[in-house]
Design a protein around this ligand. Structure first.
Ligand code: F6P
Length: 355
C-alpha cells in the first residue's frame, strides 16, 4: 500500500503526533507513506510528495505545528484564481487532484483536518478518492467525536493566560476582558473560563445581555471585589445582535473583547482593558492528553485503511476510538450543550454567562 498523509486548515498541537503514529503503523505493515505538503498542495502540482519513514517522523510527537505545512485557503473544489483585472473566480480542481493521486500510484489518503477539510475530503471521497479523516481543531467543534486533538492544549494555554491576567487585574482594580478562539463554539471559553476562575464567560451558545454582565461586575464591587475577569469567545454575540468580524470576506471572527470592554467601562465606570489571545492558542507543545489522542487517532486511521473502510473518520467515543462516516461528522457541527455539566458547574460557582 502507498499512503498519502495531508494536514489542512489551521494548525493545532498534535498534528505531528498523528503523522508519526500513522507512518509508524503503516511502515509496521510494510506499507509506504508520503507527505502532501501545504494542505493539498503536492497533489495540485505545487511541490513533490515527501517520502515519510521512521527517520522523518523521529522526535516529532511533542512538536507543535505540522512538518507538512498547512493552508486554510486551498479548497480544490473552489480554488480561487485572480483574473488579470484583479477580480477572483473559483475553479473546481478536484479531477486534477484525483488524476495526480492515481499518477502517484497512491492507495489511500489520510486527511487530518477540521470541519472545512473534512467537508472537502467527503466531497472528494464521493468523487472516488479513498480517504480516511482525522478530526483536528482547537475549537472542538467536529461532530461525532467527544474531543478533537489540539483542544486540550488550547484550553491549557488560555487557562494559563487567564491566571496571569488575574493578578494584574486585582492589583490595578480593573476589569480585564480576554478573547479566546473557538469560532462558533464556546468550548475553549467555557473550559478555560471555569478552570481559570473567570467571573463572566460569554459563549456563542448563550447570547449575552451586557446589562447582566455589568450587574455581575457591580455586585462584585459591592462585595469588595474591585476587579473582574471576563472571558469571551470570539464567536460570542449580544442578544439580538450579530457576531463581530474582522474580515467579513473570509468570515474571520474577532474584536468582541474590545467592544465588551468598551461597554463595561462606559456602563460601570470601571477601568477596563481587553486582550486577544489569538494564534498563541494554536502553538506550543501538545499536552499529554492531546499527544495520546493524536497518536491513537493516527494508528487507528491506518487500521481503518487496512480494513478498506474509506469515507470514514476516526472519532473518540470514550473509552475507544471508533470509525464513523465522514457524512455524520460534518452533518452537524458540535456546540456546547446548554445542559452540559460544565455549564451547570459554572453557574453553581457563581459565574455569569450574561443571561
Ligand atoms: O479553527 C481554528 C481557528 O484557530 C479558529 O479558532 C479561528 O477563528 C481561526 O482558526 C483563525 O483562522 P486564521 O488562522 O485564518 O486566522
Amino acid at each position: 500500500m502507498r499512503i498519502a498523509i495531508s494536514t489542512g486548515g489551521g494548525d493545532a498541537p498534535g498534528l505531528n503526533a498523528v503523522i508519526r503514529a500513522a507512518v509508524l503503523a503503516a511502515v509496521h505493515r510494510g506499507w509506504e507513506c508520503f507527505g502532501v505538503k501545504r494542505g493539498f498542495g503536492s497533489l495540485l502540482g505545487e511541490s513533490d510528495l515527501i517520502p515519510l519513514g521512521p527517520h522523518e517522523v523521529r522526535g516529532i510527537t511533542h512538536l507543535g505545528g505540522t512538518i507538512l505545512g498547512t493552508s486554510s485557503r486551498g479548497d480544490p473544489l473552489k480554488w480561487r484564481v485572480q483574473r488579470p483585472d484583479g477580480s477572483w473566480e473559483e475553479r473546481d480542481r478536484s479531477q486534477e487532484l484525483l488524476d495526480s493521486f492515481h499518477a502517484h500510484r497512491l492507495d489511500a489518503l489520510i486527511a487530518i483536518g477540521g470541519e472545512g477539510t473534512l467537508g472537502i475530503v467527503h466531497s472528494l471521497w464521493k468523487k472516488g478518492l479513498p480517504v480516511v479523516g482525522v478530526p483536528k481543531t482547537i475549537d472542538n467543534d467536529v461532530g461525532g467525536t467527544s474531543s478533537t486533538f489540539g483542544f486540550d492544549t488550547a484550553v491549557a494555554t488560555a487557562t494559563d493566560a487567564i491566571d496571569k491576567v488575574h493578578s494584574t487585574a486585582e492589583s490595578h482594580e480593573r476589569v480585564i476582558v480576554v478573547e479566546v478562539m473557538g469560532r462558533h463554539a464556546g468550548f475553549i471559553a467555557l473550559n478555560a473560563g471555569v478552570a481559570g476562575s473567570a467571573d463572566v464567560i460569554l459563549i456563542p451558545e448563550i447570547p449575552f445581555d451586557i446589562d447582566k454582565v455589568c450587574d455581575k461586575i457591580r455586585r462584585r464591587e459591592a462585595e469588595g471585589r474591585h476587579f473582574s475577569v471576563v472571558v469571551v469567545a470570539e464567536g460570542a454575540l449580544p442578544k439580538g445582535g450579530t457576531v463581530s468580524l474582522i474580515d467579513p470576506e473570509h468570515e474571520r471572527l474577532g474584536g468582541i473583547a474590545d467592544k465588551v470592554a468598551h461597554s463595561i467601562q462606559g456602563m460601570t465606570g470601571k477601568e477596563t482593558r481587553s486582550l486577544v489571545l489569538g494564534h498563541l492558542q494554536r502553538g506550543g507543545s501538545p499536552t499529554t492528553f492531546d499527544r495520546l489522542l493524536a497518536l491513537r487517532f493516527g494508528a487507528a486511521a491506518i487500521r481503518i485503511v487496512a480494513e478498506r473502510q474509506f469515507g470514514m473518520m476516526v472519532a473518540f467515543q470514550p473509552p475507544g476510538i471508533v470509525a464513523i462516516p465522514l457524512e455524520q461528522a460534518i452533518a452537524q457541527p458540535r456546540r456546547v450543550p446548554l445542559d452540559s455539566d460544565t455549564i451547570t458547574t459554572a453557574r453553581d460557582l457563581g459565574i455569569s454567562f450574561g443571561d
